[in-house]
Design a protein around this ligand. Structure first.
Ligand code: ASP
Length: 581
């Protein structure tokens, strides 16, 4: 290799030595007869100085931003005491500059990357990826993959690839469908997850499995969602929930240590789903700061304030002293999240003013005692059906976090488990019960008798989510390995035997051939890397992401296909209908 090293590797040991470097011209400046070239490669930038009498001068004079160049020269760091912390501290004095390739003028200034409209960055992603932030993010991602792989290989996990062209898997999202040319009028589904396959691998005796699996879900997109995304998918046999959590904790700690040099304190705290919702209004609470709700349902029960008197739950959040404008903004957040309003009061002496203060006379002393609210501080209330009330107040809690930067005083990373999710959830829209995780999740054995009773909503699943800084970065469960329980579960979600057979017949057959107890988990790998990299969106840690309309602006996908191709797969396109958001 001609190249001596990456520019970021130039250190004292190269001082005065001849070096050959290759990369892109980040910037060229002419100053006092000299030409300065900022030479960039994936490791960073070094300044190349070309003197007027250098044999390199003529060629250097032709370079423009983003030209590809090879530079020969000697490395000349400034003597120690004279460094100013800029690029000029470590220069290469060029003796030869060779243009390896020219470049068109880029459509945006790379240095301004962050301020450039995202559509432009995505259209010219290959240029956007030259920016140091993007290089760093993808290299961090690569390191995280290496750390995961090293850990799991050493722990005896077997890496297995599962198919991309398959049939619907039950993760509750819409499938992407692929027509089959060889089987006219039939379709494959792209996997929403390798769920059934990894369970089949347990039935097949592999005992420990993992895969960095590409998954596909046709959902509406948000900052932390992509239609195709990567899961770190794992499954283990002969384990209890405790065993799975323990391995996961060591794995995550290993990844943080290797990639960021951060020690995560073990074990991770655990909250039940109920407690997480009841105290923080979220099943993925951001616990870098506490600010939990206080329950005051009993204080208002049957009282004179109608809205609170017969509410299933009245929860209160002690916020700092808020302005009217801030309260209005928070009320908007509460309403967007299903509340009818956001009641509030401010502490004034031993009582309260403002908002609903005239209704909290009797309760004042108890409110002060339970919430510890200080003088002038604001109490925010949500009341109503429990889940609705806590969810709305949970959104307010996060808005307060952003408003007052509450998370910045806490640890940089906070990881916790949320456990004991409900097995079943009642879907108001369809009026039916549905699974909360997926239909193969095992219930707590002691809750089994509740199937088919009025209380089946109280069945706890052996399901767990891994939560990092308020993001769900993983989720999994112990699986049902008993066909009788599986049948009970299908019945509970209103699947007849035929429907279940129709959807998962092959899997149900397999269950009957000696299925070991097993369980697993999948990490949302993009999301994890996003948080580790301190990025604001998973698009910042995916090389070629889609925008929020699911489009790849660079490759121009999706795109129409020609009639011949459609005919071949036996598909006819009805008049195009745009799905509105
Ligand atoms: N298949 C599940 C998911 O994608 C993960 C698991 O249960 O292991 O969420």
């Amino acid at each position: 290799m001609k190249r001596t090293c990456y520019v970021g590797e130039l250190n004292e040991s190269y001082a005065g030595r001849a070096v050959t470097l290759q990369g892109w011209v980040n910037r060229r400046r002419d100053l006092g007869g000299l030409i300065f070239i900022e030479l960039r490669d994936r490791s960073g930038i070094v300044q190349v100085e070309v003197e007027p009498d250098s044999p390199a001068f003529a060629e250097a004079d032709t370079v423009r931003a983003e030209y590809v160049v090879e530079v020969e020269g000697h490395f000349q760091p400034r003597p120690e005491g004279q460094r100013k912390g800029g690029l000029a501290d470590y220069e290469v004095i060029a003796s030869r500059v060779q243009v390896l390739n020219t470049a068109k003028t880029p459509p945006f200034e790379l240095e301004k990357g962050e301020q450039v409209a995202e559509d432009i960055r995505l259209k010219y992603r290959y240029l956007d990826l030259r920016r140091s932030e993007m290089q760093r993010a993808l290299m961090l991602r690569s390191k995280a993959v290496a750390a995961v792989t090293a850990f799991l290989d050493a722990a005896g996990f077997v890496q297995v690839e599962t198919p991309m062209l398959t049939r619907s898997t039950p993760e509750g999202a819409r499938d992407f469908l692929v027509p089959s040319r060889l089987n006219p009028s039939e379709f494959y589904a792209l996997p929403q997850s390798p769920q059934l396959f990894k369970q089949l691998l347990m039935i097949a005796g592999f005992d420990r499995y993992y895969q960095l699996a590409r998954c596909f879900r046709d959902e509406d997109l948000r900052a932390d969602r992509q239609p195709d995304f990567t899961q770190l998918d794992m499954e283990m046999s002969f384990v209890t929930q405790e065993d799975v959590l323990e391995v996961q904790e060591r794995l995550l700690a290993h990844v943080f240590r290797e990639v960021l040099g951060v020690e995560l304190p073990l074990p991770f705290p655990r909250l039940s789903y109920f407690d997480a919702m009841d105290r923080y209004g979220s099943d993925k609470p951001d616990l870098r700061f506490d600010l939990g709700f206080v329950d005051v349902t009993d204080l208002f029960r049957g009282g004179e304030f109608g809205a609170f008197a017969d509410a299933q739950a009245v929860k209160v959040l002690a916020a700092p002293n808020l302005t009217r404008k801030q309260i209005d903004e928070l009320e908007r957040v509460a309403k967007q999240n299903g509340a009818r309003g956001l009641a509030w009061v401010k502490r004034d002496g031993e009582g309260f003013t403002g908002g609903i203060s005239k209704f909290v006379g009797e309760q004042a002393a108890a409110l002060i005692e339970r919430t510890g609210v200080g003088q002038g501080a604001t109490l925010l209330f949500a009341a109503g059906e429990w889940k609705k009330a806590v969810s709305a107040l949970g959104a307010v809690r996060l808005a307060l976090r952003d408003l007052f930067e509450l998370a910045s005083n806490g640890p940089r990373f906070h990881v916790s488990w949320v456990v004991d999710f409900p097995q079943l959830e009642f879907d108001e829209d369809s009026g039916t019960w549905t699974y909360m995780h997926h239909p193969f999740t095992a219930p707590h054995p002691e809750d089994l008798p509740l199937f088919g009773t009025e209380q089946q909503g109280e069945i706890r699943a052996q399901a767990y989510d891994l939560v990092l800084n308020g993001y769900e970065i993983g989720g999994g469960s112990i699986r049902i390995h008993d066909p009788a329980v599986q049948a009970q579960m299908f019945r509970a979600i209103g699947l007849t035997e035929e429907q279940a057979r129709d959807k998962f017949g092959f899997f149900l057959d397999a269950l009957g051939y000696g299925t070991p107890p097993h369980g697993g988990i999948a990490w949302g790998f993009d999301r994890l890397v996003m948080v580790m990299a301190g990025a604001g969106s998973i698009r910042e840690v995916i090389a070629f992401p889609k925008n929020n309309r699911g489009a790849d602006l660079m490759a121009e996908a999706p795109s129409p296909v020609d009639a011949g191709q459609l005919a071949e797969v036996g598909v006819q396109v009805a008049s195009p209908v745009r799905m509105e958001e």
